[in-house]
Design a protein around this ligand. Structure first.
Ligand code: UDP
Length: 284
């Protein structure tokens, strides 16, 4: 995988097909570790679907940036990240959103024999999402639990997940809470693949409507969410700040590149040195 570094985060340039292949490979590695049965051998791998809001937050939260960079795979979720890849790394990449990745993995799960567990959202939502994933995508859902649990219930929930032996655990506690939760608990989870998916269960259960295709294609999903959930305005202020930061970084990169360019005299000397030609006299 060619990784890009954007504002300190290492992000994959995989498209959806490559991301699903990579996820399948991580599941295979995790399954092999589960089969060996050594309790101290790590099993779980983390995928982060990163958007501009969370990457902006990570600029002032080193622990969050560390969690992002410790994940085995970070996908570009959101048009802000795609824009940043173009401006800072000169790369055209495809968005790989949490919900699209989740639906694609569910679609493949029957053929690949993957079992899936859903953790998150309000009581009843994960169950309704599980039913839809099974009926519409043929997904094998081995369990679910809502995302409103206390510290005292955590050990029981992890025990219940391990007992159901899923291959994939989708965690919908909202970002970045779910990324921290996964990172803190991955050593206790005997699950090959852990993915934070935010409010996806609300959409898949039918409780919340996803942005129409027009908004998705124009990179305006954030606007749709803002119209539907105006209370998000505070969080969404991170988006223009992210754009400003990317522009600032782009200017700094350009200045750095210009400063690294050899001056004409030095360039000529370098060329002479490199080609082994006789040194030319510089015009006085
Ligand atoms: N949520 C949860 N437990 C909590 C807080 C939130 O399970 O303690 C769920 C909430 O019900 C919703 C999701 O986390 O389903 C957060 O959705 P949101 O759209 O805010 O997350 P984002 O996609 O922006 O990360």
């Amino acid at each position: 995988m060619a990784e890009m570094e954007i504002l300190g985060a290492k992000i994959s340039d995989y498209d959806m097909v490559e991301t699903v292949c990579s996820a399948a490979a991580l599941i295979d590695v995790g399954r092999a570790a589960v089969a060996r049965g050594a309790d101290d051998e790590p099993v779980a791998h983390q995928i982060v679907t990163l958007n501009a809001e969370i990457l902006y937050k990570a600029q002032s939260n080193p622990k969050l940036l560390e969690v992002i960079n410790q994940a085995e795979l970070v996908t570009p979720d959101g048009s802000g990240i795609v824009m940043a890849a173009q401006k800072l790394c000169n790369r055209q990449i495809e968005r790989v959103t949490g919900i699209d990745l989740m639906l694609e993995l569910c679609r493949q799960s029957a053929a690949c024999g993957w079992q899936i567990y859903l953790l998150g959202a309000k009581p009843g939502v994960a169950e309704a999402a599980a039913q839809n994933l099974h009926s519409q995508y043929g997904a094998n859902i081995c369990g679910w639990h809502d995302g409103y649990f206390g510290e005292d219930e955590q050990a029981w929930i992890i025990g219940e997940i391990n007992e159901k032996k899923p291959d994939i655990l989708f965690v919908g506690l909202g970002a970045p809470r779910q990324e921290f939760w996964i990172s803190e608990n991955r050593s206790r989870l005997r699950v090959p693949l852990l993915i934070g998916v935010g409010g996806c269960f609300d959409v898949i259960s039918g409780n919340l409507k996803r942005a129409p295709l027009f908004f998705q294609r124009m990179g305006l999903e954030w606007l749709w969410r803002l119209i539907k959930e105006p209370w998000r305005i505070g969080r969404m202020l991170a988006l223009p700040k992210f754009v400003l930061l990317v522009n600032q970084e782009q200017r700094a990169k350009k200045r750095q590149a210009a400063a690294n360019q050899p001056q004409p005299a030095a360039r000529l000397q370098q060329q002479n040195g490199a080609s082994g030609k006789k040194e030319k006299k510089l015009p006085q």
